[in-house]
Design a protein around this ligand. Structure first.
Ligand SMILES: [Zn+2]
Length: 159
């Protein structure tokens, strides 16, 4: 008789304990998921990225170009803004691959353009390679894609 009552109490305690364990497990799993999300966010935030300069700075770099007609002067404004070493622009058709209108040599920190000048888009595309070399080494297709979109954004802000 006493034993039956104890058995009932045991069963109720067991059910209660199981529910408590399940709740704790759910809680722990939720916390793990939250942590995983936080880690993913931090990873995303710590990825190197290069933002387009503010409009006024792009205008200042354009004015520097306008004063002398030399891309070097435009580049100096931009490299100062980004806090990276200077890059120079030289004209030398023989350095430029067939089919291209400009080229960047990382080891020479130089953008080569053709006689007759570079378009803004080309000048900014090649400059973006210099940015990548110092701030966001990605290389390959991804770098080309970044340089293309950088040039397009800069061109949009050119006027
Ligand atoms: Zn390129």
């Amino acid at each position: 008789m006493g034993c039956q009552r104890i058995a009932n109490i045991d069963a109720r305690l067991w059910v209660g304990a199981k529910m408590t364990l399940r709740t704790q497990l759910d809680d722990a799993l939720r916390r793990v998921r939250d942590l995983e999300q936080e880690v993913a966010q931090l990873k995303e935030q710590s990825k190197p990225r290069i933002d387009i300069p503010p409009h006024w700075l792009i205008q200042a770099s354009k004015q520097a170009l306008g004063r002398t007609g030399k891309w070097n002067d435009c580049y100096n404004v931009l490299t100062t803004y980004y806090g990276i070493p200077r890059v120079r622009n030289l004209v030398d058709d023989s350095k430029i691959p067939k089919g291209a209108d400009g080229v960047y040599y990382q080891n020479e920190k130089t953008v080569y353009g053709k006689q007759g000048g570079m378009s803004t888009w080309i000048a900014m595309h090649e400059f973006a390679h210099h940015l990548c070399a110092h701030l966001m080494p990605i290389g390959g297709e991804a770098e080309q894609a970044f340089c293309n979109s950088f040039a397009t954004e800069m061109e949009k802000n050119w006027t």
